[in-house]
Write a protein that binds this ligand. Structure first.
Ligand SMILES: [Zn+2]
Length: 470
């Protein structure tokens, strides 16, 4: 976000090829049409049916595919600095590109956290040569300790547009009030991880039928909903703006719907796993399914899907949370929460929300353990892609009208950030072949329907035929 497209090195600019994306259906925020797309010198130069192939151009086949603005992930843990055994900016960005993302927002709960210009600059520098844009979120409070406000102005001057203490929520209501008031002076958005620590403390999974049956301490839905309600009240009080991270319950969605109806400046995201998996997955005490917020009930999954369809939810964000195997393979009470998400988001989200109209043959959907599989929500490809691309681009401050180059639309003069998705391709998730340094995917061995075939980042083909090019 700090780096204009022209900020690329001269050498790379000169090396940018001419690409023809041939025969796909172009879907962006404005239209849907069958067209070829020509990208040259880093930007889209032609869009239309049957365009001639310029001399020396590389042709990428997009027959049967969706050609969309690159996806934008509002919520990725890239673990650098501090936990490079789990992920690096480079490996996380490669996983993102393979997942169709041309931008990710790197969460600030690193070690040290992104609560100063120095650490933000370090992460931005690491992202400069990555396979997608790495935007950096800043912490709301120094050390994410929930007490003193981080230097938001300094960070905003570096292009930081999203601030969050993610991993934890800001517990002190007066600190959060001051943060909202302070943030109004900058073109930034505060993003809250909604969790009342006192109520959630000691819990390892959703408090409900399954936690009782398994004898595992639970985290009640109310631990999330109380903070959603509190922060909606603070938005009303301060006139501030708030983005709600990874909402997981039906009542959280209802609270956000009511706040939007009232005209408050709130937005919300959900994760692919909260649209798909339930607490029944914990039946085998497998820490792979331990996430924060926890996987909830069938009724929550259904309500979150409906909230995506109704516009209550603005974005699907992965909460990609890599953990080194020796940590994630611990027991349920000790293992850290989180699962991988970047490389599997497209098929998982299309299966949950799309109108593919067929059974996904073993593709995402709650597995065994007595959980029932929800039918998909029946959204158009354009609606699903809006949740994954142009809507999150605006929340992240990365859209073109905000000075960024993400989220489309695909038209002459637009930046060459494009993903090509084959909605019918079937592939098996092999954790050993994922680009992430970690292996904690819940989809190992599962068949996915829908695959990212090509990704162009600022005009450069970084993924071709589902293989990373760098
Ligand atoms: Zn979080």
């Amino acid at each position: 976000m700090t780096e204009a497209p022209s900020g690329r090195s001269g050498a790379r600019q000169r090396a940018l090829p001419t690409i023809v994306i041939r025969g796909g259906t172009v879907v962006d925020g404005t239209a849907e049409r069958v067209a070829d797309v020509v990208v040259s010198g880093g930007e889209v130069v032609a869009v239309g049916p049957g365009v001639a192939t310029p001399r020396g151009a590389t042709v990428l086949d997009a027959g049967g595919c969706l050609v969309a603005p690159g996806l934008v992930d509002l919520h990725a843990h890239l673990r650098q600095p501090g936990a490079e055994d789990a992920e690096t900016v480079e490996s996380g960005a490669r996983a993102a590109a393979l997942g169709g993302f041309t931008a990710v927002v790197a969460m600030p709960n690193t070690d040290p956290p992104v609560d100063s210009a120095a650490v933000a600059l370090e992460v931005l520098a690491l992202g400069a040569g990555a396979a997608c844009q790495v935007a950096v979120a800043g912490a709301i409070t120094v050390g994410r300790a929930g007490e003193r406000l981080a230097p938001m102005g300094e960070l905003a001057a570096l292009g930081v547009r999203l601030f969050t203490d993610d991993g934890t929520g800001v517990q002190d209501v007066s600190v959060m009030r001051r943060a909202l008031e302070y943030a109004r002076g900058f073109p930034v958005t505060l993003a809250q991880h909604c969790e009342d620590e006192a109520l959630a403390r000691g819990g390892h999974m959703h408090e409900g039928e399954w936690s009782s049956r398994l004898g595992v301490p639970g985290i009640p839905a109310e631990a999330e909903e109380m903070m959603v309600a509190r922060d909606i009240a603070l938005v009303r009080l301060t006139g501030g703006r708030m983005h709600f991270l990874h909402l997981s319950t039906a009542r959280s969605a209802a609270l956000v719907a009511a706040a939007k109806a009232e005209g408050l400046a709130v937005t919300a995201e959900v994760t692919p796993h909260h649209l798909t998996l339930t607490h029944a997955e914990l039946a085998g005490y497998d820490p792979l399914y331990k996430v924060n917020p926890p996987l909830r009930a069938d009724t929550d999954v259904a309500a979150l899907r409906a909230a995506c369809a109704q516009g209550t939810v603005d974005a699907v964000a992965t909460d990609h949370a890599p953990h080194a195997p020796e940590r994630k393979d611990d027991t349920l009470d000790l293992a850290p929460p989180g699962m991988l998400g970047l490389q599997t988001a497209v098929p998982v989200v299309f299966a949950a929300l799309g109108d593919n109209g067929h059974d996904h043959g073993g593709a995402p959907g709650p597995g065994g353990n007595g959980a029932r599989r929800e039918p998909s929500t029946g959204l158009s490809a354009r609606a699903v892609l809006g949740l994954l691309s142009w809507q999150p681009a605006r929340i992240a401050g990365l859209a073109r009208h905000q000075g960024g180059d993400q989220g489309g639309p695909i038209e002459p003069g637009a930046p060459g950030n494009i993903c090509v998705i084959d909605p019918a391709a079937v592939w098996e998730v092999d954790p050993n072949r994922l680009a992430s340094r970690s292996r904690n995917t819940p989809w190992a061995g599962r068949l996915m329907t829908g695959q990212v075939r090509h990704t162009l980042f600022r005009g450069e083909p970084v993924v071709v035929d589902a293989e990373a090019q760098r």
